[in-house]
Design a protein around this ligand. Sequence first.
Ligand code: HEC
Length: 176
Amino acid sequence: MFLVTRFFVRAAGLVFLTAALSSCNLDGFFTKYGDDPVWVDPNASAAAPGTAEAGGPGKVVYGRICAACHLGSGKGVPGNNIPPLAGSAFVQGDPSVPIRIVLHGFRGPIERAGAHINGQMASWKDQLSDQEIADVLTFVRSSFGNKAPAVTPDEVAAIREATASRFVPFTEGELK
Ligand code: HEC
């Protein structure tokens, strides 16, 4: 009997404590999840356009794959053979060019952001669907200050088919 009473007293105490804590505004006292740089908002792709989390599904693909080289800022590392996507004419021009680059890769000497770049980007055709390539290019073409129209999965599918026999990365000369 004594034990049972003690249990109820404790339980009531806990309920009281929880109620008391949740009635105070503790924002700023505890670190919020949103302050954590590695925390990813699970609703990010559903966020309204214009908010920090905007970017749609392409932002997720970009963060998973492209950011490792081209960086979250899209500025790349020109001194280390990684060209910027920010301000890139290839990114913002005829969509068939960036589509071909992501499908089959890109190699050889180029001049970007005042740097001589001679690197190689791998092919992503076996890892990314038409939808994912359309999404990531739509994101890249409208981020980092870039302003170019969206890319559709149909455009990617058509170029995937037209270049199906290709098995080496493109060079700049082939894309111009
Ligand atoms: C492992 C590193 C790496 C990854 C990952 C990578 N790239 Fe690249 N990317 C490069 C390199 C290196 C070049 C330049 C190749 C050369 O020197 O010709 C390049 C070039 C490009 C270009 C041409 C830019 C220009 O102005 O000429 C585009 C577009 C591009 N990448 C898009 C992407 C996208 C989109 C993704 C993600 C799906 C991606 N890249 C992932 C390394 C990478």
